[in-house]
Design a protein around this ligand. Structure first.
Ligand SMILES: *Cc1c(COP(=O)(O)O)cnc(C)c1O
Length: 622
């Protein structure tokens, strides 16, 4: 088998941590959420644990949700782990059972659920096992975090629960928008008020952290604040919280402020390699949107192993066309990485940020001796907010059997007639996210021949025991059963995990690109560009919740996004329909918003999205 296309330089990651630690003299909390921004969370966490323990004092790694934390524990990572993306629907006792978990709490009800799940011994609360809480304050970003008007209430409650031995408040945290130095300073002021209130409420958090990479690089402004929080205790001891920074993007060797620089010598850790092949009239490479490459790029050049340049043409579903600028003898090139185009150059060419470039790359492009971050296995306790991709196997089976496509309530498009159904079915890219096992089983039963469009897929599928033909030009007729051009046989849904009433003027997400023009209600949805939501849909797309189409406002982040619910009465836990199904946007509409091909919309779902199947009218996990 050919080597995996993505190679990760783990030494570069250790180097980046050391460089940042030298530059910024505060404890660093490395962020390995979203499968370490596409670099492999288990390998990265293991590297940090073994190579750089001296740099990590106190030791703490951050992920977004507790399912990511549980996956790291299952892989043998023992460092304390911090997560902050919660939902009322979680299995709180299972969450409490994860050893050394720190939980970022954004609401009073979350605090109550956590405290209620406190472990007991002999009918009493087990104080030694009180969960470590970081109170997450909203200082202006408008995402998760407690609104300032509720700070006093949650701090009083936290202090009381701490005295009862049910929780331990070890941190206060917030997150800045990076809109402007003035806006960041205003957030720091709010944060300073919050930490002061917490101390006045009797809390003694050891760690206070507001900065990620970008703000961390200019932390000098922030460190001065620590003096204001110093207290002389009644017993004569001195209390002084430690200021920490959460380090994500710089760990992977990328600069958050491109083309400005944070002034740290960073080494990009990810390299994506590919082969060149002459195919039809073009040169192509077997990488495309289904692998996570952005749909549209302009003026992007790659350099091959002989040093010759290629212009990137169309990034298609499974292949990308390349135009040689000079004659060349090379057969391989670096698609992303040193010596060719960097993630920064890709980001600029695709009008996005380097974070999205690496994070959306498919995990299957890496050498995979480790399981995906979240193995999709049935009957696991719910540790992450709901993010569900539901595949309608009944509809696929009906289409494969040559029916009219089982038009049902909610189907928007006309059914596909028999004569369009071909004898082949394309199961590239794990059947475009639908799951090759499930789709192939139905296809074989219906007497179809399996095909895949790339050699890499053919190799992978054959290794899994499938009889599959290589068919690089497999046309639409081989994908009719999925309904990419009619009515999709799948849907993506999630839930509201926080609902907040805000005043006019409230800004939302990085860069404050949106502000409420009137008092309104904001809903937090636990999906971001690491999961399924291309950053490009921010400000364009809407989601369906509680009977309304709620627009996505502000920038889509890696793990979360915000919708404007207006004056609709909504509560956390309510179902959010993203695309497909009776209520979600049509896949065609979503393609218009995102620029993606329909196959890429489903194939690029991240590993945190769980897959469910509708079979014989019943939904299940397998
Ligand atoms: C993702 C994330 C970070 C890391 O941000 P970088 O810009 O990658 O350093 C820090 N804090 C929170 C709350 C995050 O969601």
């Amino acid at each position: 088998m050919t080597p995996a296309p993505i190679a990760i330089d783990l030494e570069a990651i250790a180097h980046n941590l050391r460089e940042f630690t030298t530059r910024v003299p505060v404890p660093i909390i490395p962020v390995v959420k979203a499968d370490a921004y596409g670099h492999g969370a288990v390998q990265v966490a293991r590297t940090l644990e073994t190579v750089a323990p001296a740099e990590l004092r106190p030791p703490l790694l951050a992920v977004a949700d507790a399912a990511e934390a549980a996956a790291l524990r299952a892989a043998g990572i023992t460092m304390p782990l911090l997560c902050w993306l919660l939902s009322p629907s979680l299995d709180w006792e299972a969450l409490r059972a994860i050893p050394d978990l720190h939980v970022g709490v954004s609401a009073l009800h979350e605090l109550a659920l956590l405290a209620d799940a406190a472990p007991q011994v002999a009918g009493r609360v087990d104080r030694d096992r009180a969960v470590n809480v970081h109170l997450k304050l909203d200082t202006g970003l408008g995402r998760n975090g407690v609104r300032e008007c509720e700070w006093r209430a949650i701090m009083a409650q936290a202090a009381q629960l701490e005295r009862a031995g049910r929780i331990r408040v070890v941190g206060i945290m917030s997150h800045v928008s990076g809109t402007s130095p003035a806006d960041d300073a205003a957030q720091l002021d709010a944060f300073t008020r919050g930490v002061t209130q917490a101390i006045d409420a009797g809390l003694r958090p050891q760690l206070v952290h507001i900065a990620a990479t970008a703000a961390g690089a200019s932390y000098d402004r922030f460190t001065a604040q620590a003096d204001a929080w110093t207290r002389r205790e009644a017993d004569g001891s001195e209390y002084r919280p430690q200021l920490a920074a959460r380090l994500g993007i710089a760990l992977y060797g990328l600069d958050p402020l491109h083309p400005d620089r944070i002034g740290v010598d960073l080494q990009p850790a990810l390299q994506l390699r590919t082969q060149l092949s002459g195919f039809g009239a073009h040169w192509v490479t077997e990488l495309g949107q289904v692998d996570g490459l952005p749909p549209t790029v302009s003026s992007l050049h790659l350099t091959d192993d002989a040093g010759d340049r290629w212009r990137v043409g169309r990034v298609g579903s499974t292949h990308t066309t390349l135009v040689p600028e000079t004659a060349t003898s090379a057969t391989e090139l670096t698609a992303i990485g040193p010596g060719s185009a960097s993630a920064d150059e890709w980001a600029r060419a695709a009008n996005t940020i380097n974070y999205e470039i690496t994070t959306r790359l498919a995990g299957s492009l890496r050498a995979n001796d480790e399981p995906a971050v979240i193995p999709v296995t049935p009957k696991q306790p719910r540790l992450a907010p709901k993010r569900e991709f539901v595949v309608d196997l009944d509809l696929i089976a009906a289409r494969l059997a040559g029916g009219t496509g089982a038009l049902r309530k909610g189907d928007r498009a006309r059914p596909v007639a028999d004569r369009h159904l071909h004898e082949h079915i394309d199961i590239s890219a794990d059947a475009y996210g639908f799951g090759a096992d499930a789709v192939a089983a139905l296809a074989i039963k219906a007497g179809k021949t399996l095909v895949a469009r790339t050699e890499r897929d053919v190799d992978r599928l054959r290794a899994r025991g499938f009889e599959v033909d290589y068919e690089p030009t497999a046309g639409r007729e081989t994908r009719v059963a999925y309904g990419f051009h009619t009515s999709l046989a799948a849907q993506l849904r999630s839930e509201l995990i926080q609902v907040k009433r805000v005043a006019a003027g409230q800004a939302v997400s990085y860069g404050y690109t949106w502000r409420a023009s009137r008092p309104t209600t904001l809903g937090l949805v636990p999906l971001g560009y690491a999961d399924a939501i291309p950053r490009a849909v921010g400000g364009r797309a809407s989601l369906f919740v509680n009977g309304i189409h709620a627009p996505i406002v502000g920038r889509v982040a890696m793990d979360q996004m915000v919708v404007d619910l207006g004056d609709t009465n909504c509560a956390s836990g309510m179902v959010v329909h993203v695309w497909g199904g009776e209520h979600g946007a049509s896949i065609q509409q979503w393609c218009e918003w995102s620029g993606l091909t329909p196959t890429a919309v489903t194939a690029t779902l991240g590993s945190r999205v769980t897959r469910r199947y509708l079979r014989d009218g019943v939904e299940r996990d397998d």
